[in-house]
Design a protein around this ligand. Structure first.
Ligand code: SAH
Length: 368
């Protein structure tokens, strides 16, 4: 292999510290790292020639040896409600999805952390795709870099004010890359997002949650979906390994580790006749007495091949009112972007499945 066809180092993989080490290795001072980092993440630049405060020889050297490369946009689907969904192709040809959701005064980017998902939650479209691999730091932060570049308004203000790890994958099963990417999001020399506005959502991988607590300070959302182990084992099979009582204890540890962490958001997808009865709400209210909590009720979003149905509005309101009566702050999430299959649990991408699960579901659908 000659030097010119060796794969180039992608600078999107580097935190500011990583970039400093890279520059030290080529004999450049640390402030070059800060300059370059700002060009990449604040200005959204991928052309070294545009980095006008770097010397010409350095720019040339960078262009020869390294690159700034996000995943490639295959499809950009705007929804009637202002939501955007992008299908992004990775170097190995697989695709992931990223969703932007504008709301009054804020813009939330919902990003993926893995190609597919290794968990097998029965109500989630991503689960049916099976699992292939973890995303790299460049592939994770690349979603933010791309969206900000495309959406940044002429005013120069940031389009993205919030990031949620609620796209494809279980972020705690890709902890190292997710933590590095989060540090870039929070860095004032990059996106400068507030730590309350970066949310990691997990099904509850307890040992990794404890490690996250030590390594990053971000908001936590837990996909609960059921108030007792028997039902949660069915909906979120990971519960068999990490049952509810242990998960609640881990949430308390997460909050206790930093004084500013105020509460955990619990996500609860509302599925008709499965987890939406008044009795379920009462059980949930009792469970959440011990942890400072906010509840997000998510009306179930359908996808092809699922037998589940969305709870009725009346059932969702009744459920919410029971929680509110117990002083548990509860909101019903508005369903956004469902005309483009961009709503929660509808992200499917294109995954070369390694777990054979996709085949299993294809056979199942055929036999119906
Ligand atoms: N693996 C992580 C992040 C991805 S899921 C986690 O489990 O939290 C992001 C959110 O969408 C989770 O709360 C998930 O349970 C919810 N979700 C999945 N499928 C859904 C569906 N069909 N309808 C509504 N919400 C869904």
């Amino acid at each position: 292999m000659t030097l010119s066809d060796a794969p180039k180092t992608n600078l999107l993989n580097f935190s500011l510290e990583g970039l400093k080490t890279f520059y030290a290795d080529i004999g450049e001072p640390a402030f070059r790292a800060t300059q370059t980092f700002k060009w990449i993440h604040q200005a959204g630049v991928d052309d070294f020639n545009a980095m006008t405060n770097l010397s010409k020889p350095l720019r040339q050297q960078l262009a020869e040896r390294v690159e700034i490369r996000a995943p490639e946009i295959v499809l950009d689907q705007p929804s009637v409600d202002g939501t955007h969904k992008w299908l992004l192709r990775l170097d190995d040809g697989q695709c992931i999805e990223t969703v932007f959701i504008p709301e009054d005064g804020r813009g939330t980017l919902c990003i993926s952390s893995q190609v597919g998902c290794a968990l097998d939650c029965t109500f989630c479209a991503t689960a049916r795709q099976g699992f292939n691999r973890n995303l790299t730091v460049a592939e994770i932060i690349g979603q933010v870099w791309l969206a900000e570049r495309l959406l940044k308004p002429a005013s120069g203000h940031r389009a993205i004010t919030n990031v949620v790890f609620m796209g494809m994958g279980e972020p705690l099963l890709n902890l190292d890359a997710v933590v590095d990417a989060m540090h870039i999001m929070l860095d004032d020399n990059a996106y400068g997002l507030s730590k309350r506005r970066v949310t990691l959502s997990t099904s509850g991988v307890i040992p990794a949650l404890d490690r996250l607590s030590e390594r990053a300070d971000v908001a936590l959302a837990v996909s609960l979906h059921a108030p007792n182990d028997a039902l949660r084992n069915r909906l979120v099979p990971l519960n068999k390994k990490y049952p509810i009582a242990e998960l609640m204890a881990a949430c308390k540890r997460y909050l206790a580790n930093k004084a500013q962490r105020e509460r955990v958001t619990f996500e609860y997808v509302m599925i008709q006749g499965v987890n939406d009865s008044p009795d379920h709400a009462t059980q949930l209210a009792k469970l959440l007495q011990e942890v400072p909590a906010k509840v997000n009720l998510i009306p179930f979003n359908s996808f092809s091949g699922t037998e589940y149905k969305r709870s009725s509005k009346a059932a969702i309101n009744r459920f919410r009112d029971i929680l509110l009566a117990q002083n548990i702050y509860t909101i019903t999430r508005k369903t956004r972007g469902d005309d483009i299959d961009a709503a929660c649990g509808q992200l499917a991408g294109e995954v070369q499945d390694k777990s054979r699960r996709k085949l299993h579901f294809a056979r199942l659908e055929q036999s119906l």
